[in-house]
Design a binder for this molecule. Structure first.
Ligand SMILES: *Cc1c(COP(=O)(O)O)cnc(C)c1O
Length: 429
């Protein structure tokens, strides 16, 4: 149940991260900048690990939500594994020092080269390929055999439950591109004897992101347990693990998001020591947003306030290339002045927009903003730790922002601001 201001509260009149003022950070590294709180990242990891105690488990952080090396290293040191969706993410995880045995590889379109690098990954290959289709399974089998290996596999089951989230981030419906349905899976497991490059170990699910209710997950867990039993009956061999995916929602505005303790209790109910299954499967989960979402803010400075009769435009130095979610999904991020004093006074409706030449470059619509907020003021765009920097780009030839990690009161630039030279690297005039 993480909330936007959990780790970025006002103290001494200015918003701070782990006791360091965002004003000081802006003065030191400039704006726009992503600012992360190390303690905020660690808290959900610890809660999840505690909630899964008694089960053989592995919390695999979904790297795509925030893939900075320093963040991966921090979480890895806290015992987390990693859930990847590309060879690039594998490269990052290895660079952050993550053991191959703690890596799972998801995604509908793995290339042969990606399969190869994961099979040959230093330290004995990865823990699991979460395979999403029959042709993918066949290709993985061929690649593994060519290398004289056996690929550890979980079949991704699409349980056809409605996650009741934004259509762009719903993944567990029959009509979505992800996973295989029960019939497809039961059919393909009959062919495993011919697929000697494949070692079937488990099944995986992931039904969507920003889930605000646990009940679709409850359904999906039940269906996954039934399917696991059916597979075992068909093959005569036990599965060893179930990967339950990620997707737990967070509070961006005033949504009531699920509590981690309740989520874990539900996993225990289905798969724990006191369940019918008596903790016989290792349980993996793949949280991204739950861990990263409210652990970072995007710090930006107001360039101009363009006054209009009905509604002002507050033009800031961050834009859709830095934080895509509002433009892509119409998603809501709380935006607040860094100076506590600036939050007071008369308010007027405003759109908070970036400099990019797109009408869609709007970070927030129709917000009541104090009329005193103007040029030079700092704003914090909250809940920007997940799918923030990792979705950023260079549209309009804008160098990407710096990323800063605050840990035990110490500021560390974990990715320097891109330079103009970075923008043209690799181009041949
Ligand atoms: C994106 C993704 C996740 C993480 O989802 P969150 O909603 O950020 O927790 C987990 N597993 C898979 C397979 C994914 O694609």
């Amino acid at each position: 149940m993480s909330k936007p201001l959990d780790s970025f509260a006002y103290s001494n009149g200015t918003m701070s991260a782990d006791g360091v003022s965002l004003e000081q950070i802006a003065a030191q590294v400039g704006t726009p900048a992503y600012v992360y709180s190390a303690s905020a990242f660690l808290k959900p990891i610890e809660e999840l690990q505690k909630g899964l105690a008694g089960l053989d488990h592995l919390v695999c952080f979904a790297v795509k939500s925030n893939s900075n090396l320093a963040i991966l290293k921090l979480l890895h040191q806290a015992g987390a594994g990693m859930d990847l969706v590309s060879g690039g993410e594998l490269f990052r995880a290895k660079a952050a020092g993550v053991a191959s045995s703690k890596i799972v590889f998801s995604g509908v379109g793995k290339t042969e080269a990606e399969m190869e690098s994961a099979l040959l990954s230093e330290g004995g290959g990865i823990f699991s390929f979460n395979v999403e289709s029959v042709p993918e399974l066949e290709q993985l089998d061929a690649v593994a055999r060519r290398l004289g290996k056996q690929a550890p596999v979980a079949l991704r089951f699409n349980p056809d439950v409605d996650a009741k989230t934004h259509p762009y981030i719903s993944t567990g419906l029959k009509k979505n591109k992800f996973g295989m349905d029960r019939k497809e899976i039961l059919k393909v497991v009959k062919r495993l004897a011919q697929l000697s490059g494949i070692s079937l170990r488990g099944i995986s699910i992931h039904i969507g992101s920003q889930l605000l209710s646990l009940s679709p997950l409850n359904d999906a867990f039940g269906r996954a347990a039934l399917l696991a039993a059916e597979i075992e009956k068909s093959t005569g061999k036990p599965l060893t693990f179930l990967d339950l995916g990620g997707g737990i929602g967070i509070t961006y505005r005033n949504e009531k998001s699920p509590e981690i303790s309740k989520y874990c209790a539900m996993i225990q109910k289905h798969f724990g020591k006191k369940s019918k299954l008596k903790a016989r499967y290792k349980i993996l989960i793949e949280p991204g947003r739950t861990v990263a979402g409210n652990s970072g803010v995007l710090l930006t400075e107001v360039l101009f306030r363009k006054e209009r009769a009905q509604k002002d435009f507050i033009i800031v130095d961050a834009a859709m290339n830095d934080l895509l979610r509002p433009s892509l999904y119409g998603s809501y991020h709380e935006i607040v002045p860094v100076e506590k004093a600036a939050t007071r006074g008369k308010k007027k409706k405003a759109d908070i927009v970036g400099p990019v030449c797109e009408t869609g470059d709007c970070l927030a619509h129709d917000r009541q903003m104090p009329t005193g907020v103007g040029k030079g003021d700092l704003l914090a765009i909250l809940s920007a730790g997940a799918y923030g920097f990792s979705m950023s780009g260079n549209y309009n030839s804008r160098p990407r922002p710096a990323e800063v990690l605050v840990e035990n009161g110490v500021i560390r630039v974990i990715r320097r601001r891109e330079t103009l030279e970075d923008l043209i690297r690799g181009e041949s005039p």
